[in-house]
Design a protein around this ligand. Structure first.
Ligand code: ADP
Length: 364
């Protein structure tokens, strides 16, 4: 059957006023104390979840308060974190927009726990990737397609975690639509949640092998799960108006045709944010540095957003801002040995909170 193809990145597309402004939702999550934290000195943060506020110790006698969209204490469940952080993004991806969920923070503070935990023995431990897929499967039908790729980005090279011999996968950007794809990456069509968990597990195992070979730690690479959803939507379900201009400049669409909606969800487990002088960071993690620069530029409403500077920011380009939904979880450790890193992580989160309206038109 002939179909229209909608595309949610077209800046010329007029969307209804019910569309929420493109904001980056930012949550902070505190990792529970571990044995090492218990041995070491005092805590350096105090969490007030009801006030969505976090107090960070500055020194022995004063602290600074920061507000976030959500503040999760060490006892927050995986389910609560999913529902507050990722579910709104998943819902908007299901209705045809692109979206991104990212975790940022020092190594060992719970990024992978938050995003990638499989929870095989205990479903309550499942992280955002599995829960997102569960929701996607529950809200699509067998005529829709769900496809994933799973990648690792290290030293500006994209490696396929589902087919690890594929390295240096190029990023392709469709000139007309701005749609970002990875034509070289293996695409796996997901049948059910068990299948997804298996694929993810294979990816994790490959990641481990690849990093052992390269003698790198996974904390220095970004893991990127890309979920592409393709849905045939009939008119009555089609709450997003898809318009085409007729000869007279009026907007219309052919009601007899099903509309195919393509949308993409990116779940990004970022490299550890710690350490490294500026010079070092340029080499080790250009992508993380570039992400920080983009967030700063967006927060300052700068006319130029340097999305083109790194692989990560190029990949995020059609899934970050504009009409796309983005959530960021920043993770911190509890003890004062984490103080310096927690401070810079919180500052990054605060800057991301300032990103209000990220129209792609601003990029050039
Ligand atoms: P990162 O990805 O930031 O390096 P991890 O997710 O690997 O950190 O977490 C480090 C350790 O802390 C892991 O053993 C993980 O299981 C544990 N952990 C992190 N967050 C939590 C949490 N909210 N509840 C229980 N354990 C956690």
């Amino acid at each position: 059957t002939p179909t229209h193809s909608t595309n949610n990145h077209d800046p010329g597309l007029s969307l209804s006023s019910s569309t929420e402004p493109a904001i980056v939702r930012v949550a902070v999550r505190l990792r529970p104390r571990n044995a090492e934290d218990l041995l070491s000195d005092a805590d350096c943060v105090e969490i007030q979840p009801e006030l969505k506020r976090l107090n960070l110790k500055k020194n022995n006698w004063s602290s600074e308060a920061y507000r976030f969209d959500e503040v999760f204490s060490e006892s927050a469940s995986q389910r609560r974190v999913y529902e507050a952080v990722a579910k709104p993004v998943v819902e908007s991806v299901l209705s045809g927009y692109n979206g991104t969920v990212m975790a940022y923070g020092q190594t060992g503070t719970g990024k992978t726990y938050t995003l990638g935990r499989l929870g095989k023995d205990d479903a309550s431990e499942r992280g955002i990737m599995v829960r997102a897929m569960e929701d996607i499967i529950a809200n699509t039908s067998s005529s829709d397609s769900i496809e994933i790729s799973y990648l690792q980005l290290y030293l500006e090279s994209i490696q396929d975690l589902l087919s690890p011999e594929k390295i240096n996968i190029p990023i392709f950007e469709e000139p007309k639509t701005g749609k970002v794809t990875l034509p070289g990456a293996l695409v796996v069509k997901i049948r059910d949640l068990d299948h997804f968990s298996q694929v993810l597990q294979t990816g994790e195992a490959n990641r481990h092998v690849a990093n052992t070979k390269l003698n790198t730690e996974s904390s220095r690479s970004h893991a990127i799960l890309m979920v592409n959803i393709r849905r045939a939507v009939h008119e009555e379900q089609n709450e997003i108006p898809f318009h085409e201009k007729d000869g007279k400049g009026n907007l219309s669409y052919d009601r007899s045709l099903p509309i195919v909606r393509n949308s993409k969800l990116l779940i990004v487990d970022l490299a550890g944010s710690e350490g490294h002088s500026v010079e070092e960071a340029k080499f080790i993690n250009l992508s993380l540095t570039s992400l920080r620069k983009c967030i700063n530029a967006l927060a300052e409403n700068s006319p130029h957003i340097p999305f083109r500077d790194s692989k990560l920011t190029r990949l995020l380009r059609d899934s970050f801002g504009g009409f796309a939904r983005t959530s960021l979880v920043v993770t911190i450790g509890p003890s004062s040995r984490h103080h310096a890193e927690s401070t810079s992580t919180i500052m990054f989160g605060q800057r991301a909170m300032k990103v209000v309206n990220v129209l792609r038109l601003k990029e050039e």
